[in-house]
Design a protein around this ligand. Structure first.
Ligand code: 13P
Length: 261
């Protein structure tokens, strides 16, 4: 047993405008309330597009929902002439707690490399946000480099060179399992998460490694979540498509019902 509280994170990607966001968050909150969800045993966070954040914050605040807010990206810079960028300082003002850094779609479509991801991780620490550092290999990399090599390398690169490591989360998302319906087996996910933790312990310390939550992501659904979270190596899930359906995402958040803990 560990004392890491599982994190159930819903990455909406570029879906749902601010009005649709209200409907989803309200439905999700009611569904969790109906099920008497205990947030101290599984934290729930949503990651809406930037334009929805203020609306979601206002709703959560007014209705005292225990759902946390995350952002999908942040600028490596604090402020200034960076057209189109969003500062971590602005996110913090909106009660954003988590921020995704280095999602594979950012690495793929926006050419983000390990240097950018490290700089964005530093920006998150600077603004007291918790970075969720996304790592994962393509199918070609899996075949050429083997299991865990790429995610371990990306993790260590993102965590290198910080004077002080704040709280952070790692999300192992094999690129070949994102939005494809192909899912890593629970054993594969647990093995990679365990290797990431071991690498953090070797490079930093046992304490840092023991405190870090390491999530799995890639085609997670209510029907398969229990398999991943049964392993003590996996501290939560980062969910894409299935987080856009309030009942399905609420079912994922209530994974403990399926594994009897
Ligand atoms: P899917 O759950 O749609 O495969 O997406 C995973 C993901 O990329 C979450 O960040």
């Amino acid at each position: 047993m560990t004392n890491r509280i599982p994190l159930i994170a819903g990455n909406w990607k570029m879906n749902l405008d601010h009005q649709q966001a209200i409907a989803l968050v309200q439905k999700l909150a009611w569904s969790l309330k109906d099920a008497a969800h205990d947030f101290s045993t599984a934290e729930v966070a949503v990651f809406p597009p930037f334009t929805d954040l203020r609306t979601v914050q206002t709703l959560i605040d007014a209705d005292k929902f225990e759902i946390r807010i995350g952002a999908q990206d942040l600028s490596r810079f604090d402020s200034g002439a960076y057209t189109g960028e969003i500062s971590g300082a602005f996110l913090k003002k909106l009660d954003v707690r988590y921020v995704l850094v280095g999602h594979s779609e950012r690495r793929q479509f926006h050419d983000e490399d390990d240097v950018t991801v490290q700089a964005k991780t530093a920006a998150a620490f600077k603004h007291s946000l918790v970075p969720i550092i996304c790592v994962g290999e393509t199918l070609e990399q899996l075949e050429s480099e083997g299991q865990a090599a790429v995610p371990v390398r990306q993790t260590l690169a993102a965590l290198a060179g910080h004077a002080n490591l704040g709280e952070f989360v790692i999300a192992y998302e094999p690129v070949w399992a994102i939005g494809t319906g192909k899912v890593a087996s629970p054993e594969e996910a647990a093995a990679v998460c365990s290797k990431i933790r071991e690498a953090i312990a070797n490079e930093h310390s046992q304490e840092v490694a023991a405190a870090a939550r390491i999530l799995y992501g890639g085609s997670v659904k209510a029907a398969n979540v229990a398999g991943f979270l049964r392993s003590p190596e996996v501290d939560g899930v980062l969910v894409g498509g299935a987080s856009l359906d309030a009942d399905e995402f609420s079912g994922i958040a209530r994974f403990q019902k399926h594994i009897g803990v």
